[in-house]
Design a protein around this ligand. Sequence first.
Ligand code: GCU
Length: 843
Amino acid sequence: MRSLLLLAAVGLAAAETGIDGWLRYAPVPNANASGLPINIVSLNATANGPVHAAASELQKGLSGIFNHSLNVIYPTSYQLSDTASSIVVGTVAEYANAFGAAPKTPQLENDGYFLNTTGSRVQILGRNERGALYGAFQYLSMLAQGNFSEVAYTSNPDAPIRWVNQWDNLDGSIERGYGGPSIFFSNGTVKINSLDRMTQYARLLASIGVNAIVVNNVNANASILTTQNVEGLGKIADTFRPYGVRVGISLNFASPTANLVYGNLSTFDPLDSEVIDWWQNVTDTLYARIPDMAGYLVKANSEGQPGPLTYNRTLAEGANLFANALEPHGGILVFRAFVYDSQHLNESVWTQDRANAAVEFFTGLDGKFAENALVQIKYGPIDFQVREPASPLFAYLRNTSTAIELEVTQEYLGQQNHLVYLPPLWKTVLDFDLRANHSKSLVRDIISGERFNRPMGGYAAVVNVGTNNTWLGSHLSMSNLYGYGRLAWDPTSDPQAILQDWIRLTFGLDPAVMRAITNMSMASWPAYENYTGNLGIQTLTDILYTHYGPNPQSQDNNPWGQWTRADHDSIGMDRTVANGTGFAGQYPDEVAAVYENISTTPDNLLLWFHHVNYTTRLHSGETVIQHFYNAHYAGAETAQTFPTQWEALQGKVDAQRYNETLFRLTYQAGHSIVWRDAINNFYHNLSGIADAQGRVGNHPHRIEAETMNLTNYERYTVSPFETASNVTAIVTSANATTGTASTRLTVQNGTYNVAVNYYDLYGGKAQYTLTIGGRQVGAWSGNNEDRLGNTPSIYLDGHSATRITFRNVTIRRGDVLEVTGKADGVEPAPLDYISILPLGVVD
Ligand code: GCU
């Protein structure tokens, strides 16, 4: 009781798991219920429709924010007198019915809302029910942020398609998911007994204007179509429907040959009449259960997936097979532009280039897609890298509807263990002017349909939430999901303003909280780019394994085509028309000219478009190699500030979210140093060019583990070499479980931070203790697999490399430092080095 009172006194909420995301409806300090209307009036009668959901959301939200409960009066029972002091929510048509006159709702479009709080009757009106629900969420968002001003305005979405994609597999795993297993599937079927998480997800999505969800992986399994799964999908759709979120599914192109209930065919040729009938039958069956199904998403002829090219049919013919089946039902076929040949690309051929693939594969197909088909294009030509130019396909397809594909799940961007706020990255593409026909052609105006007069278009984001209470695996990553919805609604919004709305809704109104999370988040993408891959060289992660830690070598000499072409003297992809792969020429003339010419190419895309010497000078005046070194030091330095910025919020954020976030930010600070050193070592070694500031390869505060006195520990050569300090680590000897490494310290008496770099493999939880002068400084376990949500590594490498820091340790000259490592399972308590750091120094 005492502690409860104490908590209340300091205004701190009890521990929060993160499950409510930004829909917490926490009490707002200056909220005064006396100004609130008396009732909530729900105008529309659709059972379980979005207007009903809006009314109950308003009731829930107001009770949280104002600690005051309002009645909801439903259409069957309200009287006009009930509406005098009320929040009236519904469609414009129902409003006109109820009040005998159409409301004044300027320029209201589908899914748009009109919000008017100026009178005693708050009006929340939509052209359709979904719009009314969006208006209700917007009203609650204002109030939850302590904004009680009077407003009257219309808000319409910029584009009709605002979808999310989940890459969930039927066995419950999620491709590139870092927030636990699927909320939708397990053991091959839909989790029909746990619909609660789906309802909560639907609320979150609706509150940011998302209107459809594709629930299964684009690398699709045909058994999504079994009778049992169609019924399960029906249950998912029933769960999402009240929130105006329609359900779609990903299809495997070869499904007709998969021996499902609809008959087994010997072909999946899209022009074969039996195949056409087969898909019509499947589609009719799905619509019988889900009459408002959003449509299909298809990945074909890419990364091993089957597709129309097998039968020499075009991608458009493949897409139209499904579009035609969907057409009578009003469904949309989304065809992914992510088509490339991952088997035969050959780096030794200078002109080969994966970036060319999309435009090449779609050449001649513009205008050949059915009207209800949409081509979904990843923002850049390669694959969700830390920086890419806008895909030229946006400008190539002018008689075809298109959508942009973004990735909320941070596959190449730290897998939710690194804070990386993505909307600023997305904005670089959305705001890019492709200059089609020498006129303004912003990517955002192309995908909205406006630029080329298309009837539809919009946005998709790969999200991959899981059963983790934080949804994505990390509290701070949720700003990316929130930001996605807000940008899809209005791509002209300012990423920082979006972020700050999210901060207020997620963490409350404390200005210190606002300041710290704004600073960290806005600094995060530039920092991540700095300590991973600069100048347009891409993320430099391990593209053959988990796409997480550093491994620049893995980019080259394989058919995946994410090449850097780095050798001893030079680096970068020559994508010019004059000497290279010709990719620059895929852009409209004005843009092509900018990228063709090294002097007009921006520094941050230099190595994307040009192959240059390490000694080439940038516009900034630095050489390429010195920029690499400097940027990696600068990026890691920024990340070092995150834990301390967060620590200033202790007591201002509830303990659970505070601690979980501190763990991740601390981990990120350590892993950014792993990145910094690996990339710098790699290019230092390759180029032989010294760092002008003498930092690279020079670590005066480090004690390499292999130089210590070892008992039951032995040296181990790490691969890739650059992911160990001095190439070498130590592991416990094969026949021993506990090893010790010790050394006598020669530093002056004083207070130091002590950093330990070790490797945390999955498949074991090694135990470590560190003592100095006989005093225990720390004890920890190699249990990242339980604490981080990403796919860890079973090797000593850049994914498993981890750094832990003990602060303010008193050391006397001559003290013995000793690490004891106890192996567990396949994890041999690996250790790389120890840094004895004077306060303020990072090494
Ligand atoms: C990336 C990702 C794959 C995914 C593919 C896609 O390559 O690593 O897991 O299947 O994109 O978008 O289809």
